[in-house]
Design a protein around this ligand. Structure first.
Ligand code: MF3
Ligand code: CO
Length: 269
């Protein structure tokens, strides 16, 4: 990894990450209206890329080589449908279908700083169980964020996410974690979705992190998908993924990838 240090930044630098985050969250709000049966995942990717470039920023995943892979990622979005948890590749031959759940994950780079965000959308009407999975995963993210304050530990975040997900008999995906984010997409420390209170790393003021619970309806086991990038549930059960970029503060974490534009545009959730 290029950056060994933690992403602890000045207010000026955090303002740049906030500006990148603002573009990213508005992109999600815009893209939300296109999440309908019949659109291809490659079309969604084009729409996202155009939006980001029009705002004067760059799609951060495109050409990025994650520390856990040996080739670089070719698209703007990760689009992960149903049993795909993360890193699904957009494709011009994949059409969204009514009843699916589709996780959109995207990163934006602005003036050398990054923001990272994910949201799982319903495609039209979905089953009550799938809806429950979305709500539990989203709430797990907010439980995690509520723990991300100065002096707390990464274990506090993971513990709150894990316990909440467990109480619904869902599973947190094995191995996949959140991370520091700033001058690089993935920076230390890891932010696991499981942990013990008071364990792990202590969170300092102005640390910028991506918190991202990935939740499976069945077992926590994962496998690689046929496209070579997607990580899927091993048992084929549905998975959901929600992510925000936040900055650790004294009172409570500040969410940089504001959620409001999405809520406004999502009439069916
Ligand atoms: N948001 C994703 C994550 O934190 C980043 C995907 S990088 C990609 O794992 F290159 F795989 F797109
Ligand atoms: Co991330």
């Amino acid at each position: 990894m290029k950056y060994e240090g933690w992403p602890i930044y000045s207010e000026e630098q955090i303002k740049i990450i906030a500006a990148a985050s603002d573009i990213l969250s508005r992109m999600f709000g815009y893209l939300a209206s296109y999440i309908v049966p019949g659109i291809t995942t490659a079309e969604l990717d084009d729409i996202a890329e155009e939006f980001i470039r029009r705002e004067g920023a760059e799609p951060a995943f495109k050409g990025y080589q994650p520390p856990f892979e040996d080739t670089s990622y070719p698209y703007t979005l990760c689009v992960s449908i149903n049993e795909e948890i993360v890193h699904g590749l957009p494709s011009s031959s994949r059409y969204l279908q009514e009843g699916q759940i589709v996780s959109i994950d995207c990163g934006v780079r602005l003036k050398g700083f990054h923001a990272d965000m994910a949201y799982t959308f319903p495609v039209g009407n979905i089953s009550p169980q799938a809806y429950k999975l979305l709500k539990v995963t989203e709430e797990a993210l907010y439980r995690g964020i509520s723990q991300a304050k100065v002096g707390a530990y990464t274990g506090d975040i993971g513990h709150s996410i894990f316990e909440y997900v467990k109480s619904y008999n869902f599973a947190v995906s094995e191995q996949l974690t959140g991370h520091g984010v700033g001058e690089a997409m993935h920076m230390p420390p890891d932010i696991p979705n499981v942990g013990k209170p008071g364990k792990g790393f202590r969170l300092p003021d102005n640390l910028v992190i991506a918190i991202e619970p990935m939740v499976q309806m069945g077992s926590r086991r994962v496998r690689r998908g046929p496209d070579g990038w997607a990580v899927c549930t091993r048992d084929g059960s549905l998975a959901a993924h929600f992510e925000h970029t936040v900055v650790v503060r004294r009172g409570q974490a500040q969410i940089l990838t504001s959620f409001e534009p999405i809520k406004k545009s999502l009439v069916h959730v």
